[in-house]
Design a protein around this ligand. Structure first.
Ligand SMILES: Nc1ncnc2c1ncn2[C@@H]1O[C@H](COP(=O)(O)OP(=O)(O)OP(=O)(O)O)[C@@H](O)[C@H]1O
Length: 163
């Protein structure tokens, strides 16, 4: 089916971006943590809608930044002044989105009572502190090594030792 094929190609593009762009992995981790902590805040459907649009804009900007970088590297692998300005503009697009996303975050999540709820939650559930720390460690490995780095690590472990 054509639709399924198109979906497959689009997902392949997203996976490529996650595998090759550390910033994309940072954005995806940020999305997961914001969603995980959002229940502590007073969130209406409209607020979640704003949040989802903001996520989409940042992730889309990062994806198109990668598109620009890949095309530039294909067309002109060595220094070229046009490549420089194209890459700079693409990076600028991400910066604009990320900057405004921080603004959206402040507007939505500046709720001191919610920070207190989070604090109390972890005081009442110390086991969740361990879960949080473990998740941060996993997130760091995911960001720094990426899915390909993690896969290669486990593949190397499986290889039989050479004498
Ligand atoms: N071929 C090139 N010609 C001229 N300038 C370049 C070229 N490649 C990179 N640059 C300059 O170096 C900057 C960084 O480029 P690079 O491709 O390393 O992007 P990056 O932001 O580091 O990418 P990534 O998102 O992969 O970390 C660009 O914004 C641009 O100013």
């Amino acid at each position: 089916m054509r639709f399924v094929k198109s979906l497959k190609y689009a997902l392949r593009g997203i996976v490529y971006c996650i595998n090759n762009e550390r910033n994309m992995r940072i954005h995806t981790v940020a999305v997961l943590y914001v969603l995980a902590f959002s229940p502590f805040f007073e969130m209406s459907r409209a607020r979640y809608a704003i949040l989802l649009v903001t996520f989409a804009l940042v992730l889309m900007a990062e994806t198109f930044n990668t598109v620009a970088e890949e095309l530039c590297d294909l067309v002109a692998p060595s220094f070229h002044p046009v490549v420089r300005i194209v890459k700079d503009m693409a990076a600028g697009g991400v910066l604009i989105c990320a900057g405004f996303a921080v603004g959206v975050g402040v507007c939505l999540f500046w709720q001191p009572a919610a920070f207190l709820r989070i604090w109390r939650y972890f005081l009442d559930n110390p086991a969740m502190i361990a879960v949080l720390l473990a998740s941060i460690a996993l997130a760091l490995v995911y960001i720094l090594a990426g899915p390909l780095g993690i896969r290669d690590f486990f593949r190397k472990k499986k290889l039989p030792r050479t004498p």
